[in-house]
Design a binder for this molecule. Structure first.
Ligand code: GH3
Ligand code: MG
Ligand code: MG
Ligand code: MG
Length: 316
């Protein structure tokens, strides 16, 4: 039921431009319980150099989501063996919220109300068979490109321009939700504020540009040491925040002590200079629901104490 009259070369050219724009491969999840039609559609997408994950049922599709599979667009038949395509759409949106992967519905029926309902329910697009190969692959690519652009904008909005780690905005937007999650699990957690010692002096001595290089270096080291497990962000200036994933204050203290020691040890090469820095860290424990600002304020107070006690130390 697919008409093959695709203008191959134009399609390929557009695909190449899109790939360059969004740098990297586009992955399409194709959900169709009918084998013949699934193979047909997968073939069209693969000829466009899209990578295709073929799935026969909605349940399987949702399992893949829960396993964290990266998918740029979902194409689903509206009549699946285990669930209607519109219900799959609902489930995807329930799981992923407003930035959910776009879902394109396909139908064999002439019923225009089905398309209207699907779009109304938040579907990205809808096609009724028969359709041209070029229209199908073009709409899929279009949806995937939009999704990638949205993801790129979201990444940019969450990252700090100088150091490329998460920014203050991201820290404050995601932090409270994470704390709630840790507390619900019945685990305390902790939050640290790390500040470079005498950074103004370093700027005054070597210049702002060297200061920037030092900030980038510290951010890179911190990111490597902290890893993906905990939330790290540049809060502003020469100050960084870490929200620990479920570490109690004793474990977090040991962690911070290691960060402090590693950073103090590092030889930072900037231009022709070889520099060293030290940091002070304030660490507060999080045991009861309070405002996120309160947790940070507590960590700040400990940081203040660490500074007054002579810097290059962790206080909690
Ligand atoms: P303390 O040990 O008490 O933290 O002293 P400090 O000098 O590090 O703290 P202070 O708050 O007095 O100075 C922080 C300096 O950080 C002042 C500011 O010029 C510098 N700074 C803030 N943001 C940037 C930046 O993006 N790049 C550079 N190079 N410097 C920055
Ligand atoms: Mg200061
Ligand atoms: Mg400082
Ligand atoms: Mg500071």
């Amino acid at each position: 039921c697919v008409i093959k009259n695709e203008p191959e070369s134009i399609g390929r050219l557009i695909a190449a431009v899109d790939r360059a724009l969004t740098n990297g491969r586009t992955t399409v999840m194709l959900v169709d319980s009918n084998k013949a039609s699934r193979l047909d559609l997968a073939g069209i997408l693969r000829r466009q150099r899209l990578s295709v994950i073929e799935v026969t049922e909605a349940g399987e599709a949702l399992q893949m989501f829960d396993a964290g599979e990266t998918i740029d667009v979902i194409v689903t038949d509206t009549e699946l063996a285990d669930m209607a395509g519109a219900d799959l759409l609902d489930e995807v949106r329930k799981r992923q919220g407003e930035y959910a992967v776009p879902v394109i519905g396909l139908s064999e029926h002439g019923d225009a109300r089905l398309a209207a309902r699907f779009i109304e329910a938040g579907g990205a697009d809808f096609l009724r068979k028969p359709f041209l190969e070029a229209e199908f692959s073009g709409r899929v690519r279009h949806a995937a490109t939009l999704q990638k652009r949205i993801q790129a904008l979201r990444r940019a909005a969450a990252s700090d321009y100088l150091t490329d780690i998460f920014n203050r905005r991201h820290f404050f937007l995601t932090g409270p939700r994470l704390v709630e999650q840790y507390l619900r699990r019945g685990e305390g957690t902790s939050i640290a504020v790390l500040d470079i010692d005498h950074f103004k002096r370093l700027n005054d001595t070597y210049g702002h540009e060297i200061g920037d290089l030092v900030l980038k270096h510290v951010a890179r080291r911190l990111k490597a040491l902290v890893g993906e497990e905990h939330l790290l962000a540049r809060l502003g200036g020469e100050e960084f925040g870490i929200l620990f994933d479920g570490l109690d204050v004793r474990q977090a203290f040991a962690f911070c002590e290691r960060l402090r020691a590693e950073l103090a040890k590092a030889k930072i090469v900037a231009d022709d200079e070889e520099l060293t820095i030290t940091v002070s860290i304030g660490l507060a424990t999080i045991e009861a629901p309070e405002s996120f600002e309160n947790y940070l304020h507590a960590a700040d107070q400990f940081l203040y104490m660490a500074k007054h006690a002579g810097r290059n130390r962790v206080m909690s």
